[in-house]
Structure formats: structure tokens, C-alpha cells
Design a protein around this ligand. Structure first.
Ligand code: NDP
Ligand code: GDR
Length: 370
């Protein structure tokens, strides 16, 4: 039985990857951070009582900023595969926490590689580094492939640039199976609530159910190549199963503006939007409401722009070229953007119908604004 260690197992990708590896018969170990409240909601459904015989999923307390902790866990687990998914992953927050981001996303990667080397596991342990399309930053060429030059545009992307190159360097210097998956944006019902897609699908569900009036967003013109996280974790696994270690771009090859994602999400609840105005004065209003369950007034303003969500430096256009992963890995996504949006809105509607029920029976349900 193969053993895998996942950093960031409590995050979106960690949860889907853990599920995938368990289904393939792996023993899965994950690193979770200590927090003052339970933080394992995304994996609770696959976590067994540790007192049961032979559990297949094991959790270890740890942090990518703590090298002794990382060394100890890797020594104990002796993993065949490490998926380094742990990171301060929010681009805008990285402008507010640049040093922490560099430590965890940049040096954290070095800590994993160096632990494997120091423990004499270079031949046994394969390492996957969660690299990102944010490395491309300011557009150099489109579509972006494994050969496109990098131009990072945020402290997050600069930290990930270090993670990318230190992974390449350890592969070349020590002959390790250490590889980068350069993944374009991927989303799901498990996506963190402050990333734009989930912020939108949550708001659409809440507005349709009468729990919220409108959503405030930042740059509506940015373009992203969005896939489904379920498809993308399959690619992570494939990248570690090759004969020779190589880096791969994982993307759908289709790009869409934020505004269009908003339109598609509202369409899922039968609401047609009309956008008027430009820049900070742009608004989205209800043009038609075709679903009798959701009584939204025609002309109601449901989308507005708030400049606090603008970034000091923005990545305007991402569109990936997945040719190499499709030909060499045989990887092909099952979800297109419409199916992704449908999955997310359906899930958020179910979530907030429960909230509405609680509210209607007198319980106070908190909302989290970002
Ligand atoms: P999430 O933000 O959902 O999850 C991040 C995970 O990292 C969480 O488990 C988090 O723990 C953990 N983490 C944060 N800080 C630390 C730390 N100091 N030490 C150990 N663990 C830490 O991200 P995703 O699942 O979306 O992304 C997974 C990885 O892939 C990240 O590295 C991200 O940068 C990268 N990536 C993501 C893409 C995407 O579109 N989703 C695209 C390309 C790359 P906690 O739950 O306690 O916060
Ligand atoms: P991104 O994702 O920065 O691409 O990083 P995010 O969803 O945060 O932003 C995408 C684009 O939407 C614009 N935007 C907004 N973004 C947020 N979060 N909130 C808003 O209100 C808003 N309005 C407009 C942004 O300006 C941006 O252009 C994600 C993360 O998962 C990274 O960890 C990962 O590496 C990259 O994807 C690939």
C-alpha cells in the first residue's frame, strides 16, 4: 500500500485529493494546523475515528513554517508521495501579509525538499509542488504554456516563483522526483468563500433566497481559465506517476471574464442581468426573473463595484495551454465552465436553504461579509 502525505489537506484541493487517493487504496497522511476551532470540515466525511483498527487517513499537527515539525512528520510517515498543497493561497491577502506568505509558500517548499534530502528519502519519495498560473502574471504571451516566461505580480506569486525554482533545482541537483503542477484557477463547492467564484455563487444563492441584497466585487474585467478542482486533483496524481519527472500546465484552455461568471451564476437561478456604467460606477441590475421561486424585482441592483477589492497590481488575463498534459498524461477535464457554475450554485442554494429555515424558526444565522 502506497503512503501519501498531503500538506494543506484541510483546503479545497487537499480534501478532493485525499478522497481520490483513498479511493485508489493509499494510506493518506495530512498535516493540519492547530486552530482554536475545528478546521477539518472539508474532510470530516472521510475521517474515521482514530481508535478504529487500521484507519486509512491520519492527521498530524504541523505548519510549513516549522522545519523541525516537517522533518519529524516525514520521518515518521516515510511517504512514497508528498503533495505540497499548503499555502497562504489568497493573492490579495498576500499584499497584506507578504513576509508570512514568503515564509510559508516559498521557504515552506524548501523545508519539504530539504527534509526529504536530509532524511535520505530522495530515491523513495516523490514530491508534487502546487505551482500556479499566477507565476505568469503580466501577460508575456497567450495561451500560457510550460515554456512561457514568468512575471509574477503579487507577493504570493513571487513566493510561489521561489517554490517553483527550488523544486526544479532539487530535481536537477539531487536527481529527485520533484515536480511542479502549474495549475490554472480551479473551483468547486469546497472553494474558500473569499475567492471570487465562491463569493459570487454564495451571493447568488443568498440573493435568490432573500437573505442578501447585493454583492460588491472588484475588477470585473479580469479573465480567468477556470476548471473544476475534482478534475485538477486527478492531474496532480498523474503528474507523480510518470517515468521521468517533469513540470506540467493544467488548464482548460478557455478564459472568461469575472462579469460573465456573474451572469452565468445568476442564470442558474433564472435571473438575467444587465450591466450598465463603467469602472467603479458599473452595476448589474435584474433584467428578467424567470424563476417563480425567486421573486426578484425587475431593475433591482444586485451587483456593484467596490474599489477595496482592486489589487495594487493585477493579473488581467490567464489562459492556459494544456496540450502537454493532455498528450503526455492523457488528462482531460470532465467539467466545463457551465457544469462547474451549476455545481457551485446548486450546492450554495442547498446550504442557504438550511440557513433560511433556521432564520424562519427564529435562529440567528451569521453572515460573513468579505
Ligand atoms: P486553500 O486555501 O483552500 O487551502 C490551503 C491549505 O493550506 C489549507 O489546508 C490551509 O490550512 C493550509 N495552510 C495555510 N497555511 C499553512 C501553513 N503555514 N502551514 C501548513 N498549512 C497551511 O487552497 P487550495 O486548496 O485552493 O490550493 C491548494 C494549493 O494549490 C495552494 O498551495 C495554492 O496556492 C495552490 N494553487 C491553487 C489554485 C486554485 O485555483 N485553487 C491554482 C494554483 C495553485 P487551513 O485550512 O488551516 O487554513
Ligand atoms: P486568483 O483568484 O487571484 O486568480 O488566485 P481570486 O478568485 O481571488 O481572483 C480572481 C480574479 O477576480 C478578481 N475579483 C475578485 N477577487 C476576489 N477574491 N474578490 C472579489 O471581490 C473580486 N472581484 C474581482 C480578482 O481581482 C482577480 O482578478 C487564485 C488562488 O486560488 C491562488 O492561490 C491560485 O494560485 C490562483 O487562483 C491560480
Amino acid at each position: 500500500m502506497k503512503k501519501a502525505l498531503i500538506t494543506g489537506i484541510t483546503g479545497q484541493d487537499g480534501a478532493y485529493l485525499a478522497e481520490l487517493l483513498l479511493s485508489k487504496g493509499y494510506e493518506v497522511h495530512g498535516i493540519k494546523r492547530r486552530s482554536s476551532l475545528f478546521n477539518t470540515q472539508r474532510i470530516d466525511h472521510i475521517y474515521e475515528d482514530p481508535h478504529e483498527k487500521n484507519p486509512k487517513l491520519h492527521l498530524h499537527y504541523g505548519d510549513l513554517s516549522d522545519s523541525t515539525n516537517i522533518i519529524r512528520i516525514i520521518q515518521e510517515v516515510q511517504p512514497d508521495e508528498i503533495y505540497n498543497l499548503g499555502a497562504m493561497s489568497h493573492v490579495q491577502v498576500s499584499f497584506e501579509e507578504p513576509e508570512y506568505t514568503a515564509n510559508v509558500d516559498g521557504i515552506g517548499t524548501l523545508r519539504i525538499l530539504e527534509a526529504v534530502r536530509l532524511l535520505g528519502l530522495t530515491e523513495k519519495t516523490r514530491i508534487y509542488q502546487a505551482s500556479t498560473s499566477e507565476l505568469y502574471g503580466l501577460v508575456q504571451e497567450v495561451p500560457q504554456s510550460e515554456r512561457t516566461p514568468f512575471y509574477p505580480r503579487s507577493p504570493y506569486a513571487v513566493a510561489k516563483l521561489y517554490g517553483y525554482w527550488i523544486t526544479v533545482n532539487y530535481r536537477e541537483a539531487y536527481n529527485m522526483y520533484a515536480v511542479n503542477g502549474i495549475l490554472f484557477n480551479h473551483e468547486s463547492p469546497l472553494r474558500g468563500e473569499t475567492f471570487v467564484t465562491r463569493k459570487i455563487t454564495r451571493a447568488v444563492a443568498r440573493i435568490a433566497l432573500g437573505l442578501q441584497d447585493k454583492i460588491y466585487l472588484g475588477n470585473l474585467d479580469a479573465q480567468r481559465d477556470w476548471g473544476h478542482a475534482k478534475d485538477f486533483v486527478e492531474a496532480m496524481w498523474l503528474i507523480l506517476q510518470q517515468e521521468t519527472p517533469e513540470d506540467f500546465v493544467i488548464a482548460t484552455g478557455v478564459t472568461t471574464r469575472i462579469r460573465e461568471f456573474v451572469r452565468m451564476a445568476f442564470a442558474e437561478v433564472g435571473v438575467e442581468l444587465e450591466f450598465t456604467g463603467t469602472g467603479v460606477d458599473e452595476v448589474g441590475k435584474v433584467l428578467k426573473c424567470n424563476n417563480p421561486d425567486y421573486k426578484l424585482e425587475i431593475g433591482k441592483e444586485v451587483v456593484a463595484v467596490d474599489p477595496r477589492y482592486f489589487r495594487p497590481t493585477e493579473v488581467e488575463l490567464l489562459i492556459g495551454d494544456p496540450t502537454k498534459s493532455m498528450t503526455k498524461l492523457g488528462w482531460k477535464p470532465k467539467y466545463d465552465l457551465k457544469a462547474l457554475v451549476n455545481d457551485m450554485v446548486t450546492s450554495d442554494l442547498a446550504l442557504f436553504k438550511k440557513d433560511r429555515l433556521l432564520e424562519s424558526s427564529g435562529h440567528r444565522v451569521p453572515n460573513y461579509y468579505e
